[in-house]
Design a protein around this ligand. Sequence first.
Ligand SMILES: Nc1ccn([C@@H]2O[C@H](COP(=O)(O)OP(=O)(O)OP(=O)(O)O)[C@@H](O)[C@H]2O)c(=O)n1
Ligand SMILES: [Mg+2]
Length: 404
Amino acid sequence: MNLQQLPSEFTAALPILEKIEQAGYEAYFVGGSVRDTLLGKPIHDVDIATSAFPEEIKAIFDRTIDTGIQHGTVMILDHGQGYETTTFRTESTYTDFRRPDEVTFVRSLAEDLQRRDFTINAFALKADGEIIDLFDGLTDLKNKTLRAVGSPEERFHEDALRMMRALRFSSQLSFEIEPATLQAIQENVALLKNIAIERINVEFTKMMLGSAVWYAALEMIRVGMHNYLPGLQDTDIDIVGLADLLKGEQISNETVAWMFLVFELGLTATDTNGFLRLWKHSNDLIKQVRKGIHLLNELRLGEVSDWDLYEVGDAIEPTLETLALSELMVDDTALRTRYANLTIKNKQELAINGGILASELGLKPGPVFGKLLQQLEMQVVGGQLKNERAVLIEAAQKLIVTKK
Ligand SMILES: Nc1ccn([C@@H]2O[C@H](COP(=O)(O)OP(=O)(O)OP(=O)(O)O)[C@@H](O)[C@H]2O)c(=O)n1
Ligand SMILES: [Mg+2]
């Protein structure tokens, strides 16, 4: 098969391929960008595979960076763009199921392609537009099938993360995982224990954000993969419920994905923290999800106050999106309006602060200050007090009197 027209990302990189070829080596575009082009999807990073060894690449180009030279990867700098170029390689022995003990550089494209994960990821695209398809990936693309290259068992032993990638691609592309590949996942899923949580997190999040997440989530349960993921042991029922809610839906961002998962697992705001820490999420994501879960759990029980809404703060959007996906029959649009109409959105918008309290009331700053300000904040948010300096000073005075 020949591609008539290459996307601009490829045409921009063609001079690189040509230069490598002129030096007497082979060079191809490989990986996700070729797959996505064939699917008519936008592409991100352009990966190049070559028969030239790293030192040979460095001899051809003036400006290169050793980005992963021990794995054969050199970045070629060209007109302000960087192109990762990796020497054809085979990965001989894998004692820990995650990274090869040694990589062997080879001159053969076929050897390189045959150690790649799935047939749709094992295409090579030549500078002249020819698609090299050694494993019938084009048929799999047409049939929307995800199939391991060669023996799935071997591919998963080389890198156990590929089992998670299978679910991720099936979710992103709406591809069905072919039976032998799925069975090998089921049989080898325990190997995921060897994989760093950061890598699992990346794939899991991509799976959650795919358009067929419901399908991938059900396959995850079917093969028992959840039992090897942090905090998801024995959550079959919750995940089947989550899959059901996500039919025909696509989650818009990472925060919503994790908030929705946590909500469907039925965790408290406190347990949320521990769960997301297991997955090594950022403090920022954890904070957002906790705020949202607090409100959503309140909503599960019934009405929420303006103060509850106020406390969600900048997590309001992901929280309302999560609500819309959830089983709760609460009108998220009405809540959005209520939030928009709050008198203030944060402490800084209060018409009074510690400094003003100190000078107006002659109080010394201390713990009582915080309490006093919070009382005023709650009453302003609740609508009992107007957010005006004079009103708040008077109210503060009264609060101090009644406190005595
Ligand atoms: N565990 C892995 C990771 C990657 N690859 C190979 O390396 C390519 C590039 O990897 P990566 O960028 O991680 O995945 P992509 O398929 O490019 O997907 P994405 O669009 O998400 O980058 C893959 O297509 C595949 O050929 C592999 O065989 N096994
Ligand atoms: Mg990629």
